[in-house]
Design a protein around this ligand. Structure first.
Ligand SMILES: C[S@@+](CC[C@H](N)C(=O)[O-])C[C@H]1O[C@@H](n2cnc3c(N)ncnc32)[C@H](O)[C@@H]1O
Length: 464
């Protein structure tokens, strides 16, 4: 390709960065500007220019067409992905599917899921596999999974459905062998029963083509957009999130990665935090939030007494008997906490909070109770109460990595990066030397390696 020569000035790079951001969402501030310069060299080579300056000149020309977007997609995006990455998110899909099955007549239940920025397809296929495994009653013909990406080349790999070892990152042994067939040369092909559930299509998230039946992006139950918005400017991320909100049914979920969950971007959603995933639920008029309740003053730490269902108010006692198989057994603090989390996830937030507060009165040193109380308050956006519970948790168990992690997330959400970094650093130190597959205490089964990744991502954000 040939163009005239121009003297390259810093303002040309500035203009180009703005242009690329407007067209693709991708942003290159600060240290990331170096990535843009490296990408430009690749772009020049890929497009057949002799020099990067010529490529810049071409990109700065009046018109912007598909070939320019394609070149950016090919040389400036990161396609890192693998099967069952950040696994908690797949549990959400299955939980949601089971809820749909219970609500609707099982045979009628339908589910629509979108993996936006799906790269080479591992995420979309993982969703299909999780559903086949965990919600087998759901008729696969009633499940629609859409995988989209700006980069057509990555989608070609997805369409083929053949993967090398690297796409499994050590998880291969744990995956159901029925989902894959040997494709030779140490590669695996995704089985037809899974590929039939997924449709792939090219879609640039900066194009106003969603929600729309044309792109199949309307009426979504769940949208995955993980490890995509972290490369976008806040302005473009906000636009995309608002469009996603319109694509979702009431009560639908948007799943992002922990490092992407800047609370102020997600207006119209309520958050549910986990160490390896954050889900944002599209708010409805009826959403039961604790935020409106007055914050309670801190309670003194009192002597330990067992939590017993008989001490609970009648409504709570009834929940106990249905939740716990043997009503005569005193529930452990873990069981109480789990039951409260379940209530909250069903939207019965006030009930869950009342239940926990009552239990805490009788067992003020029950760390799991404060943990559950903190998580529920966080999910409801009641940061003051969440802070109180998590601080109490650390007071009782200063060695609890998960408490430092959650407190860090909370401080970051409150725009207090200094305090956030302090807690992430503490969590990071505690994770040093811990084996990657060891489960982090109090984390609902999260391996240390996953938490370590999340802590690292958050530390980067806090230190920016
Ligand atoms: C790091 S991968 C994430 C893959 C997968 N979601 C995961 O978390 O494993 C980011 C993907 O976002 C895509 N992407 C970047 N900008 C995009 C845009 N404007 N529209 C759609 N996809 C985009 C990239 O092509 C890349 O495949």
């Amino acid at each position: 390709m040939q163009t005239g020569e121009m003297a390259l000035l810093p303002r040309h790079i500035e203009l180009l960065a703005e242009r690329i951001e407007a067209r693709t969402g991708l942003s290159f501030p600060g240290a990331r500007r170096r990535d843009l310069m490296i990408g430009l060299r690749d772009m020049a080579e890929a497009a057949g220019f002799e020099r990067a300056e010529q490529c810049i000149e071409w990109l700065l020309e009046e018109s912007w067409d598909r070939s320019r977007t394609e070149l950016c997609a090919r040389c400036l995006t990161n396609g890192e992905t693998y099967f069952f990455r950040e696994p908690r998110a797949f549990s959400l899909v299955c939980e949601h599917a089971r809820k749909k099955l219970a609500d609707a007549d099982g045979a009628q239940a339908r589910l629509r899921i979108w993996s936006a920025g799906c790269s080479t397809g591992e995420e979309a296929f993982s969703i299909a596999m999780a559903l086949r495994q965990e919600a087998p009653e759901l008729d696969p013909r009633h499940i629609f999974i859409l995988g989209t990406d700006i980069d057509g080349r990555k989608l070609e790999v997805a369409q083929r459905g053949i993967y090398r070892q690297w796409s499994f990152r050590g998880k291969r042994g744990t995956l159901h062998s029925g989902w894959f067939q040997d494709a030779g040369e140490n590669r695996l092909r995704v089985d037809r029963s899974i590929t039939d559930m997924v449709r792939f299509a090219e879609l640039n998230l900066m194009d106003p083509v969603y929600p729309s039946p044309d792109t199949g992006t309307q009426e979504m139950d769940i949208i995955f957009c993980r490890n995509v918005l972290m490369y976008f400017s806040q302005r473009q991320a906000r636009l995309v999130i608002e469009r996603f909100r319109r694509c979702l049914v009431d009560g639908g979920w948007l799943v992002v990665s922990p490092g992407e969950a800047s609370a102020e971007l997600f207006t119209g959603f309520s958050a549910r935090h986990f160490p390896d995933a954050i889900y944002f639920q599209k708010a409805t008029e009826q959403t039961d939030v604790v935020t409106q309740e007055p914050a309670r003053p801190p309670e003194p730490i009192r002597a330990v007494r067992p939590t017993h269902a008989d001490n609970a108010p009648p409504a709570v006692r009834q929940q106990h008997s249905s939740a716990l198989r043997d009503a005569t057994t005193t529930p452990t603090t873990g069981e109480v906490a789990a039951h409260a989390r379940r209530l909250a996830s069903e939207g019965k937030v006030r009930e869950a909070v009342r239940y926990l507060d009552h239990s805490i009165e009788h067992n003020p040193t029950g760390v799991e109770l404060h943990h559950a109380r903190g998580l529920i308050a966080m999910e409801s956006g009641n940061y003051r109460e969440a802070l109180q519970s998590l601080k109490r948790m650390i007071y009782l168990r200063p060695d609890l990595t998960i408490a430092h992690f959650l407190l860090g997330v909370l401080f970051l959400a409150r725009n207090r990066p200094r305090e956030a970094v302090r807690h992430f650093e503490a969590a990071s130190e505690m994770l040093e030397g811990v084996r990657g597959d060891e489960i982090v205490p109090g984390s609902d089964g999260l391996p240390a390696a996953t938490l370590r990744d999340s802590v690292r991502a958050y530390l980067d954000r806090g230190r920016k």
